[in-house]
Design a protein around this ligand. Structure first.
Ligand code: 5AD
Ligand code: SF4
Length: 492
């Protein structure tokens, strides 16, 4: 599970003042670009709707993907999306619980909805996602303006819950399911990119990392029917999409047994089938748990040009002692051997990580171990956090959150600084290289430049040449320059 990722397929327009404020406030420690994005309606929607909904999403890609499922369910019930809060009859906020700060952001946002609710009679406010699941009906007591509380496995019941809330009753459904995957609901994709899409392949997580609230908010792991995943990917390709990212908290443990054919399919098998749709369809995936990524997966990646050479392999800590407390089930040496194996089978593979500074009992030597693992692994990029104790997790129940905040922050800063150097070094190693880039659209700074990504998931910006190109096309680009975050190039 990875939140706040700037992965390919940045398909939402982040235009609200609030989102911009968030960007300014949070700086670069974690990528908050997508936080608080409002779900965009169809550009030209011919349908007449009885009601309008507004949905704003926080947290991981899975939450953003879920908001598309919610939009699809509401759409079928005759609700149309709006990005204009003032005209919304229903306001939904799809929430994240992974760190305390994520929850505070949502609470703050809710206070802003208060004024709107006063001004617009009959408007309903619903809280979706992980915070809804974690706090359940308690939410209704704490936040009086909230009318609906709906957990991640209960979105099918939304229309009924809305109807209930319309009668003045507060409506709650936070039941977790063992088998809900929303396999048959095709997410409404309303985007400005049209090139890359996220496809959810599984839900929940069984890993029980001691710091993580996800197993409690998203429930047990379950894999989505392979046939429905393939159908969704085929549809996307036919609509012009050229990149799919297979999404799950722990994609490598994907496993689906087809009761009709009697066949079973693993993640490696699924990836092969998706890659076989067309050589023009790029395949990415996120997130891998180091304990589960197999040689078979690495070999399938090597065998297919259209499976991108990029693995997000969260280490969390570089100290075996801390990893044990985190219940990550691998040692430092085991992780480093996995990095070696990736480099052996996929010499040009990009690797990124998630890192937590200041977990319970972390000593200065443990922190040094983390820095050393980063150096050894030569991460191209990392998402870096300081430990935030979450109620109900194993760590909260078993250990004391004993590292002072200043120490956590100082260690995090050292990690961020090191990653800055590693990212720059990684980009410098690419100078002069030739790569295939999928054009995603205009660069943020200038409509004279294209922006795309190479196989390793690095963003590359290059001038539009005089030939006619379009987003969704592949071009060959030579890397001619770089910053810490971006490659610069020219089409050859
Ligand atoms: N505190 C800080 N970071 C956390 N993460 C998960 N739980 C916590 C927590 N309690 C980080 C992990 C995970 C990413 C999604 O968020 O690094 O991989
Ligand atoms: Fe990711 Fe571990 Fe949390 Fe599962 S328990 S979502 S693997 S961090």
């Amino acid at each position: 599970m990875t939140d706040c990722h700037d992965l390919p397929g940045f398909r939402y327009i982040c235009s609200s003042k609030f989102a911009r404020l968030m960007e300014l406030m949070t700086g670069k420690i974690q990528d908050e670009k997508r936080q608080g994005e409002a779900y965009a309606p169809f550009a030209q929607d011919p349908n007449q709707y009885k009601k309008r909904f507004y949905i704003e999403s926080y947290g991981c890609q899975m939450n953003f993907a879920d908001s598309e499922v919610v939009a699809s369910i509401l759409n079928q019930e005759g609700f149309g999306a709006t990005r204009n809060l003032e005209e919304a009859d229903l306001i939904f906020i799809n929430t994240c619980s992974i760190r305390e700060k994520a929850e505070q952001t949502v609470r703050k946002r809710l206070t802003e909805f208060k004024k709107l609710k006063k001004a617009r009679k009959g408007m309903l406010v619903g809280v979706l996602g992980c915070m809804a699941e974690r706090l359940k009906a308690q939410f209704l007591e704490e936040e009086k303006l909230v009318d609906l509380v709906v957990g991640p496995d209960a979105y099918r019941s939304l229309p009924a819950l809305v109807a209930e809330a319309e009668t003045g009753q507060k409506a709650v459904n936070v039941l977790l399911s063992r088998d809900e995957t929303y396999a048959d609901i095709s997410p409404v994709r309303l985007d400005s990119n049209g090139v890359s899409a996220f496809v959810s392949i599984m839900r929940g997580c069984n890993n029980m990392c001691s710091f993580c609230v996800v197993p409690f908010t998203r429930g047990r792991e379950r894999s989505r029917d392979a046939a429905s995943i393939l159908q969704e990917c085929r549809d996307l390709f036919e609509k012009g999409y050229r990149e799919v990212t297979l999404l799950g908290q722990n994609v490598d443990s994907y496993y689906f047994a087809d009761e009709v054919s009697g066949q079973t399919i693993t993640f490696a098998g699924l990836m092969k089938s998706v890659a076989d749709i067309s050589p023009l369809l790029r395949v990415r995936f996120s997130t891998s748990h180091p304990k589960d990524i197999t040689d078979e997966v690495l070999k399938v990646m090597a065998a297919y040009d259209n499976i991108c050479k990029y693995i997000h392999l969260p280490v969390q800590s570089g100290s075996t002692r801390v990893l044990q407390l985190m219940n990550r089930t691998y040692t430092r040496e085991w992780y480093l051997a996995k990095v070696d194996r990736i480099r052996e089978i996929l010499p040009d593979c990009g690797i990124s990580s998630d890192i937590i500074a200041g977990f319970c009992t972390e000593e200065e030597t443990d922190h040094q171990d983390t820095l050393a693992v980063m150096e050894y692994s030569r991460y191209d990029m990392s998402y870096m956090f300081f430990y935030s104790e979450r109620p109900g997790t194993l760590a909260q129940r078993r250990y004391t959150d004993d590292i002072p905040l200043e120490v956590k922050k100082r260690r995090l800063q050292e990690i961020v600084d090191l990653q800055g150097r590693l990212s720059l070094e990684s980009n410098k190693r690419d100078l002069g290289k030739i790569c295939t880039v999928l054009i995603e659209g205009d660069s943020k700074r200038s409509d004279q430049d294209w922006m795309g990504r190479n196989s390793q998931n690095k963003v590359i910006v290059f001038p539009k040449d005089n030939t006619v190109r379009q987003k969704g096309e592949y071009v060959t680009v030579e890397v001619t320059g770089c910053t810490q975050a971006t490659l610069l190039g020219r089409i050859i």
